[in-house]
Design a protein around this ligand. Structure first.
Ligand code: NCD
Length: 360
């Protein structure tokens, strides 16, 4: 299914040259903001936040206001008709008709793609469950470019909830498209990186290793990307309790790191970085959040000017076959076409990227 609009569901739907263009434009916005102050004048951005958010939502809103546009939307679906049982399709259809660009965050994997299927304007994925978070990754790319002066040849440590953390999924997929990046995945065995992300890294020629020791990894790193344990994605409180507090970055541990290593975190922080680390000049996470506003300005502008059509579903619906991932949007919004890529016994859901192994 090809949509008449440009959508940003997964950064890897676009070529690296497109990402680099966004980054260059964001740098220009940072240097010459006055040139862009009215560039979205008369345009409206809708924000549908079905899940809590501080930085993503407000940086999107500020970005649009700084471009001269205006904003509508909700940050609590319980105050909208969602509370009366309205489905994603109907909400999207209506609000996309009021807006020039729509930003959506949803707790269910694949929700942004599902919304784009019916939207009458460009849709930007601001996080779909534990799946992807492309605009956080654009934020991270801008931070790396501005602070490390390169997006290649970096050893990047990813620490915490690598299973449920959508920011690290999108970051790995993106950074493996630049040359010679090496990932050190630091997690417990329960919270390891999903295999579809590791497959993508391999497919792009990137390399990775997995460890459970932050102390052992630290001296090797150019970048440490910390994440919180994603409490809301656990099946039970007991499973979360067993994982929380496993990794805590302290000023003591920072002594093991290179003098020019930078610490990034998408935030919010719970307790995985000791507050005293904030005073270390290598702690970049607050600055990182500000870069997020500039890259979102660049993104909104690009989406509003673009005439690109987006291929949302390229695969096929197979009679009687549904996605086995209970967290997939196709198992919540039943009207959606259950579309898969691949052939034979291995099919991949086009919404959640889960592989389905069929038995004959
Ligand atoms: C992240 C998210 O929502 O995925 N935060 C963000 O967008 N800056 C990370 C998180 O919630 O842990």
């Amino acid at each position: 299914m090809i949509s008449a609009y440009p959508h940003l569901i997964d950064l890897n739907d676009y070529p690296v040259t497109w990402w680099n263009g966004l980054l260059a434009q964001a740098e220009d916005i940072m240097n010459r903001p006055f040139l862009y102050a009215n560039s979205c004048s008369g345009k409206i951005m809708g924000t549908l936040f079905y899940e809590p958010s501080t930085r993503t939502q407000m940086s999107f809103q500020t970005a649009m206001l700084r471009l001269g546009g205006t904003i509508i939307g909700f940050d609590n679906p319980q105050t909208s008709s969602v509370a009366k049982g309205e489905n994603l399709k109907d909400t999207t259809k209506i609000i996309s008709g009021y807006s020039d660009v729509l930003v959506i965050r949803h707790p269910t994997v694949g929700a942004a793609k599902a919304a784009a299927l019916t939207a009458d304007c460009p849709v930007i994925n601001a996080g779909d469950g534990g799946h992807l978070h492309p605009t956080q990754t654009l934020t991270d790319l801008l931070t790396l470019k501005a602070e490390k002066k390169t997006l290649s040849g970096l050893t990047i440590g990813l620490c915490g909830d690598l299973l449920n953390g959508r920011t690290v999924h999108s970051l790995c997929k993106a950074m493996s498209c630049y040359e010679n990046n090496h990932f050190i995945m630091i997690s417990t065995k329960e919270l390891k990186m999903p295999s579809y992300i590791k497959d993508t890294i391999r497919a792009h020629g990137g390399t990775f290793e997995e460890t459970d020791s932050l102390e052992e990894a630290l001296p090797k790193l150019d970048v440490l990307y910390m994440t919180r344990i994603q409490r809301e994605r656990f099946a039970s409180p007991e499973e979360y309790e067993a994982q929380k507090d496993t990794y805590i970055l302290t000023t003591q541990k920072m002594k093991l790191a290179k003098p020019d290593m930078i610490v990034m975190h998408p935030l919010p922080r719970v307790d995985e970085i000791e507050v005293a680390v904030d005073d270390d000049p290598r702690a970049l996470y607050f600055k990182q959040a500000k870069y997020g506003m500039y890259i979102r300005m660049s993104l909104i502008l690009t989406m509003l000017q673009s005439t690109i059509k987006t291929e949302l579903l390229a695969g096929q619906v197979h009679k009687g076959i549904a996605c086995k991932n209970p967290k997939c949007i196709t198992n919540q919004e039943y009207y959606l076409p259950k579309s898969f890529t691949g052939t034979g016994t291995t099919l991949t859901c086009e919404y959640c990227d889960e592989r389905l192994l069929l038995e004959h």
